[in-house]
Every structure is written in C-alpha cells, then in structure tokens.
Design a protein around this ligand. Structure first.
Ligand SMILES: NC(=O)c1ccc[n+]([C@@H]2O[C@H](COP(=O)([O-])OP(=O)(O)OC[C@H]3O[C@@H](n4cnc5c(N)ncnc54)[C@H](OP(=O)(O)O)[C@@H]3O)[C@@H](O)[C@H]2O)c1
Length: 372
C-alpha cells in the first residue's frame, strides 16, 4: 500500500509517545487518522498537530482493554472517514518494579492493555479487512518480546505473548490465502512519554537500557513497514542484538541483565513516589511525543537504513562481488603456475598469495620432491 491522502489509518495510543509521532508522520502524507487513547488532552493535541500538517483527524477516547470500546471506535471512524486501510496497534502501559512488589491487579492491568488491547485491535481490524481482502495491520513489538529484562515482567510477558499471537495469525492468514498484511515492527528503546508517566516502584527514576532513539525513528519504521510487505522488522542494532543473543547465549544474558538492566535502568535522580502514572487513568495533560532524553536520543538508525535499503544494496553488492571474483581469477591466471609444471599440485596447499602459505607450499613441495 501507499500512504497518501486517500489512506484511512487508525492508531491506538495516539495521545503520546510513538503513536503521536506516527500520527504526525502519516499526517504529512495527508492521511485521515482515527486517533485512539484515553487522555482527551493528549488526543486533542495530536488532532491539532495532524490538522496543521494537512491530515484529517478524528479523536475517539477509548480504553483498548475493553473490546466493545475498540469496536465502537472503529465503527465511528469508518462512518466518518470510510474503510480503514491501516490499523496500528501501539497502545501500552507498563510499570517499573520487581515482580514481587507488584499487586496481581497491576500485573493483570498491564497484560489487559498491552497484550489484550492489541488482540482486540487485531480482531476489530480483521473483521473489517478480511471480507475486503485488503488492509494492513501493524503490530508494534519490542526487543523485549525476544529477551526479557528485570523490573518490567508484565510488559515483557505481554510483548512475548503478542509475538506468539501474531505468529498464529500469520499462519491462519496464509492458510486462508488472505491478502491482508500483518507486520510486526520491533522497536528499540525510544525517548517517549512512557518515561514520564509509567508507574515507578523503584527508588530512582528510570532510564532506557542501551542506545535510545527518538520516537520519529520508530514512526518512520512503521510507515515503511506499512508500505513494504514484510513479516517482521527489527528496528535498531540493539533489537537485533537482543534476538541473536537470546538464541545463542541466553544464560550469559541472564547474568549480564541481572545487573546491567537492574542498576542500568535507574538514573541517579530520586523518584517521586507521588508522581502521577497512567496505569489506571490517563494523565490529564498534553505531553507531546518525546520523553525526557532528547539529549541522549539518536535521530537516525543506520541499521534501519540498511534494513530498508537491503534490496538495493544487494543489487549493488552482487555485481561488485562478481567483478572482484573475476579480477582475482584473472590475476591468478596471469601469474602462471607457482610450482614446477611437473609437480603434483593437488598435494600442495591450495591457498594463494599469502607469503606464509607460499613458504609452507614450497617447503612441502621440496620435501615431497626429495622423497621421490
Ligand atoms: N518507548 C520505548 O522504549 C519502547 C521500546 C520498545 C517498544 N515500544 C513500544 O512502542 C509502543 C508505544 O510505546 P510508547 O513508548 O510510545 O508509550 P507511551 O509513551 O507510554 O504511550 C502509550 C500510549 O498508549 C496509550 N494508552 C495507555 N493505556 C491505554 C489504554 N488502556 N487504552 C488506550 N490507550 C492507552 C497512552 O495514552 P493514554 O494514557 O492517554 O490512554 C499513550 O498514548 C508500545 O507498543 C511499546 O511497547 C516502546
């Protein structure tokens, strides 16, 4: 699909963070946006930004943990703008706390919003897209869907669950030969509002582990994923590292993260135990898209650039490798045989050019010649 002024897109969690940055980017293309979240102030702020950029926006305050609300929001959106082409499941809540210092209700709430909220979104999107046999669903995932860290057990569990859920959906869509596209876009740490409003049970303020990127990096990856059919995208080198590391050295990572992601997740600033959080209710303020780490956050991800351009790079690389191979062959051919013509070359080392292997080759040749 191509995102343009004819596109109707629905974004969950559009009042802040990555969802807000994505809304701005889609508005630059003139899309009509159905903006879902709970906080009226943040949603109205997002609507103003979208309209200032040439898009159309409809604000529908919704709690994604309630299926009927998501269903109703999609109906209102389609009545206003027409069929939804692009559905982005992005809303989340989390909590920074050791597992045993969370209540069962807090744990359940995070799973209901972060996991079930996306399940509800996927159901509503598929109900509309399957009969039309078209449409794109983007599921925002995380590096933490592959490798969990301490102090965010409910969030990590929800992201792992989403990965499993989407894998089932992929196979079902393939079985049904559906042309509806579902893509997972796994994000690295992003400088978003979550670092301002997420409930914190720790003595110090939280900071992201590893390199941090501006939410616009994630938003560009979402737009690219919507326009280029691929099963899954890993955004940022740290996301790739997490998945590969978990495959090959899980126990080493356990030990590393037990320290690094515990101490390393906390800044030196003391946390305010009275700070408002958005776990149960939204924050009644418009905070925009960015969190407090503008000084540290990267504006671009070279890994994402390579990822997006890998087909073009492969097109350049294949002729370059063939040219190099041809050049090496020609050089070897012009040099002529390196050992006497009557020698049995199959007995000699086959490597060329290195002076060490040359010396070994000559020695082996002399030894063989002397013995015959
Ligand atoms: N930031 C990171 O480091 C990072 C890393 C990897 C992946 N991600 C992923 O990126 C996505 C966005 O995260 P973010 O960092 O932008 O988070 P964020 O800044 O906390 O924004 C979360 C959004 O979800 C909304 N929301 C929360 N509870 C909701 C509910 N019950 N119903 C509807 N909307 C709700 C919030 O608005 P209201 O409170 O107004 O409802 C807000 O708009 C998530 O899927 C997250 O897993 C983020």
């Amino acid at each position: 699909m191509r995102v343009n002024h004819q596109t109707v897109a629905l974004i969950t969690g559009a009042s802040g963070g990555l969802g807000r940055a994505t809304a701005r980017l889609l508005a630059d293309r003139g899309a009509s946006l159905i903006l879902l979240a709970r906080g009226q102030e943040g949603l109205e702020g997002a609507k103003r930004e979208v309209e200032a950029r040439g898009g159309r926006a409809l604000v529908v305050p919704t709690d994604v943990s309630r299926f009927e609300e998501v269903q109703a929001a999609a109906d209102i959106g389609e009545r206003e703008f027409g069929p939804i082409d692009l559905w982005i499941n992005n809303a989340m809540v989390s909590m920074y706390s050791p597992f045993m210092r969370m209540t069962p209700e807090e744990f359940r709430r995070i799973v209901e919003v972060t996991f079930l909220g996306s399940v509800h979104g996927t159901r509503c999107a598929l109900e509309r897209m399957l009969p039309r046999d078209r449409g794109v669903i983007i599921q925002v995932g995380s590096a933490l869907a592959f490798r969990s860290i301490p102090l965010q057990s409910a969030y990590c569990a929800s992201k792992h669950a989403l990965q499993g859920f989407i894998e089932s959906i992929w196979t079902e869509l393939l079985h049904e030969k559906s042309r509806v596209q579902v893509s997972m876009v796994n994000m690295p740490a992003l400088n978003t509002t979550q670092f301002i409003w997420t409930r914190n049970n720790l003595p110090r303020r939280m900071k992201p582990v590893g390199p941090i990127y501006q939410p616009e990096v994630g938003a560009r990856a979402i737009l690219f994923a919507a326009e280029h059919r691929r099963r899954e995208w890993m955004v940022g080198y740290s996301t790739v590292e997490a998945t590969v590391g978990e495959k090959f050295i899980p126990r080493i990572l356990d030990r590393y993260l037990a320290h690094q992601a515990w101490e390393g997740s906390m800044s030196t600033e003391r946390a305010d135990p009275q700070a408002p959080s958005n776990l149960w209710e939204p924050i009644a303020r418009d905070l925009g898209a960015h969190g407090p780490f503008d000084q540290l956050a990267h504006e671009h991800s070279p890994q994402q650039w390579l990822n997006e351009n890998r087909a073009r790079l492969a097109q350049l690389l294949v002729p370059a490798v063939l040219l190099l191979a041809g050049w090496i062959r020609r050089r070897r051919h012009h040099r002529g045989p390196r050992y006497p013509a009557d020698g049995n070359r199959s007995l000699l080392p086959r490597r060329s050019a290195s002076s060490f292997s040359d010396r070994c080759g000559r020695r082996a040749w002399r030894a063989w010649h002397a013995s015959t």
